[in-house]
Design a protein around this ligand. Structure first.
Ligand SMILES: [Zn+2]
Length: 421
């Protein structure tokens, strides 16, 4: 753009001289103003990087994916590039959802569907992601603006709608079922719920139970100091209606709790942590590495991360949940056979020897079991969330060896010297 403008300016200068001779100075001034305006626009428009055809593992400063592809080389992820095949829907682009969207965008996710009907306000500036110059924009539009600049490879779909209305719910369900024309086989692979109220969670729950869609729920407490994430697989784990939160179980209408003028507290730290836990779990689920947490809590006051598993409730009030539970039970023999076949196949093809023959970065992994063998008869198991206040006995350093006779002689000489002085 800069080059083009430079050439334009030169041409204008020639024209200006030519036309000045003919007494057309006003038209020239007008044209010049136009060029200046364009020049200003060119300066304020950030230059967007070109799209990348294939993710490369090449270690060069200009490769936006080199650090991510290194996960594959280090044996954490088997096929990182498969992230481009996945579509993730994020419902609620607030303090957690916007950060989750940014993380997935930077990770190079294939497609993101963003849902929210709110606009950006100055009151949101205590959180991450949105900027003051975006105040008044819809959260989905503002997110698309920022995210497409960060990574133009990600397909972004913005849905400014309220999923708790009848029409909104229909559009929401249809959009989850729709395949992207630019991506081959996939509809949505995972739904992340980042909404801030019970009603919207129940709507996401209903849609996902109907579609048999795996989703992850997230939440941050109203006092801003704790949060949680939860994996929900219809029929296999508890749905949101199987185990309603305490406040609803006791029959209190959530809407009456939200009094006019009284606003919930929020911290960018807690929301950032919860978004990080959520996206980490999502990456593990999609790229198949590590263990996917069924439920992970976060209590920031005690730095306590409780975990648990929740089975579906056979008396769940949600009909679609009961339907999925039935399907899950019926599919058990086939599932067991598949697991057995996989175990047998792994056992027969077990290869001994190093997994990574080439190790160009000379990275070595320390064996966790080393140094623990001496107290292996003592159980190290502590209740969940508790840590040892003192290091275990093996951790104490050995007593310093006493001074040798040579040292004693030296000490005596020094003392005598001092006495003599
Ligand atoms: Zn249920």
């Amino acid at each position: 753009m800069e080059e083009e403008l430079g050439a334009m300016t030169e041409k204008l200068e020639v024209l200006r001289r030519d036309l000045a001779d003919r007494g057309l100075a006003d038209s020239i001034a007008e044209l010049q103003q136009h060029v200046e305006r364009l020049r200003g626009l060119a300066k304020s428009t950030p230059t967007r990087r070109p799209k990348v055809q294939d993710m490369s593992a090449e270690v060069v400063d200009s490769n936006p994916y080199s650090r991510l592809m290194a996960l594959q080389r280090m044996g954490i992820v088997e096929n990182y590039e498969s992230i481009r095949d996945f579509s993730v829907a994020i419902v609620g682009i607030g303090g957690v959802g916007s950060v989750a969207a940014e993380m997935l965008t930077r990770c190079g996710i294939g497609r993101l569907l963003l849902y929210d009907y709110d606009t950006v306000e100055l009151a949101n500036m205590n959180r991450l992601f949105f900027r003051p110059d975006q105040v008044g924009m819809t959260k989905t539009d503002a997110a698309v603006q920022t995210l497409s600049d960060i990574n133009p490879d990600v397909i972004l779909e913005s849905y400014s709608l309220n999923i708790t209305t009848v029409k909104g719910f229909e559009t929401f369900v249809e959009s989850l079922k729709r395949k992207s024309s630019r991506m081959s086989a996939h509809c949505v692979d995972l739904v992340l719920s980042c909404v801030d109220n019970y009603e919207a969670r129940m709507v996401v729950n209903q849609a996902c139970n109907e579609l048999s869609q795996t989703w992850m729920e997230s939440g941050v407490s109203e006092d801003a100091v704790s949060g949680h994430i939860q994996l929900l697989i219809p029929g296999e784990t508890a749905c949101f209606a199987c185990a309603p939160p305490l406040v609803v179980a006791s029959g209190v209408d959530e809407r009456t709790l939200k009094r006019e003028g009284v606003c919930a507290a929020s911290l960018p730290t807690t929301m950032g942590v919860v978004a990080g836990l959520l996206v980490q779990n999502a990456l593990k689920y999609l790229l198949k590495f590590g263990e996917v947490s069924p439920y992970l809590g976060y209590n920031s006051l005690k730095d306590f991360f409780p975990t648990m598993e929740m089975k579906p409730n056979p008396q769940c009030s949600n009909a679609a949940c009961l339907e999925r539970q039935r399907e899950y039970i019926l599919a058990k023999p086939a599932r067991d056979a598949a697991i057995k076949a996989k175990v047998d196949a792994e056992a027969s093809s077990k290869v001994t020897g190093p997994i990574h023959v080439d190790n160009e970065w000379n990275i070595s992994v320390v064996d966790d079991s080393e140094g623990q063998s001496s107290h292996s008869d003592i159980s190290d198991a502590l209740p969940q969330g508790l840590v040892r206040e003192l290091p275990s006995a093996d951790g104490y350093p050995l007593e310093e060896p006493g001074p040798s006779f040579d040292d004693l002689d030296e000490l005596r000489r020094q003392l005598e010297a001092l006495n003599a002085a």
